[in-house]
Design a binder for this molecule. Sequence first.
Ligand SMILES: C[S@@+](CC[C@H](N)C(=O)[O-])C[C@H]1O[C@@H](n2cnc3c(N)ncnc32)[C@H](O)[C@@H]1O
Length: 249
Amino acid sequence: MTGTDWAGWQQSWDRQQEWYMPDREERFRVMLDMVEALVGPKPRVLDLACGTGSITDRLLKRFPESTATGVDLDPALLAIAEGYFAGDERVTFVTADLKDPAWAARLPHDSYDAVLTATALHWLHSEPLTALYGQVAGLVRDGGVFMNADHMIDEATPRINAAERARRHAVMDRARTGGALDWAEWWALAAADPVLAGPTARRFEIYGEHADGDMPSPRWHAETLRTAGFGEARAVWASPSDTLLLAVK
Ligand SMILES: C[S@@+](CC[C@H](N)C(=O)[O-])C[C@H]1O[C@@H](n2cnc3c(N)ncnc32)[C@H](O)[C@@H]1O
């Protein structure tokens, strides 16, 4: 695998995700602010549905004494993560399906200071997500945190939601003229790469374009996390489309 520009793939993934979420980096910053505030600057972190490891990357740059386990099912994104972090003993990657009831048994630890996730759990329907939240509650130590930054839609505000969506898509359309890649174009590039072509074909066999899930409201996430065993849960950041939900065990 020598010769592959893993940092280049990591950056192009970030650019593609930022086209959908221009405030993605701010979300990560607030996430790590709250990690530091609640569990300190040397956390053991589980990067849930890590993709290429974007959260882990920000974590290790800001808190060099932290350690991370990244878990995901996508062989192509995990190949980029493993290439990019190769040789860094602070990081371990695990392949697992978060819908598999036994996924947590594959982790190298049974307890974490923080479980962090972004732009991923809307790939699950509410029922498997409720089960996953129960498992996450078991993995977070007492006093530890779970944070989920994702699209969370309040169905009680349809006019606000429609206006926000229309505005967001207009901004994205303008950004396209600047050469931003969308999801399908980014995956076409990965499929054309000699090293990533194999894992990319496998990820399309697993997911198709991407999995189908739900985007319940911030309130649903907070209530489900409290029912799962967290003592407190609420939003600590929000944009017009996204919420960063924090739960403390
Ligand atoms: C849009 S990406 C976000 C990745 C990363 N968290 C980020 O912010 O860049 C969604 C990720 O969720 C992962 N994912 C979705 N469903 C999953 C499942 N059932 N098990 C494991 N990973 C899953 C996908 O493989 C993908 O890497």
